[in-house]
Every structure is written in structure tokens, then in C-alpha cells.
Design a protein around this ligand. Sequence first.
Ligand SMILES: [Zn+2]
Length: 74
Amino acid sequence: MSVCFQCGHPLTADEIAVYKKLVSRSADRFLCKPCLARYFSVDEAKIDGKIAQFKRQGCLLFVQDQKDSERNFS
Ligand SMILES: [Zn+2]
């Protein structure tokens, strides 16, 4: 399991996906949501908003990690 390279906190699939989306698609190390929010000097809520937005757009980075859960392509 991947961990945040700054604080060592275990990462969720969403955190990895949003890091790839916002920072680098080819990244091989990632930040957790609080560290990512600090990196961009924004609230964590802003990162949550981005995650929700990418999911709504059907971004493959997010969809791939959720193949077993409910999909919504409507
Ligand atoms: Zn962290």
C-alpha cells in the first residue's frame, strides 16, 4: 500500500488519483489529502471538491480504482 511521502499516512485510491490529476500523471510517489492541500495552499475541502468533480467527469484515473463499486456513467 502506498503512503504519503511527506507524512507517511496510508493513501486512499482517491488521494493517489487526485495527485496524479493535479500534480503529475506519471508520479510514483504521492501526497495524502492534508499534505496536498498544504502543497497547493488550499483547504482540504477544495481537494474533496476536485475529487468529486473528476468523478463526475468520469475521469479514468478514478474509475479504474473503483471497478468493483457502483459506476455512474449516465
Ligand atoms: Zn501526508
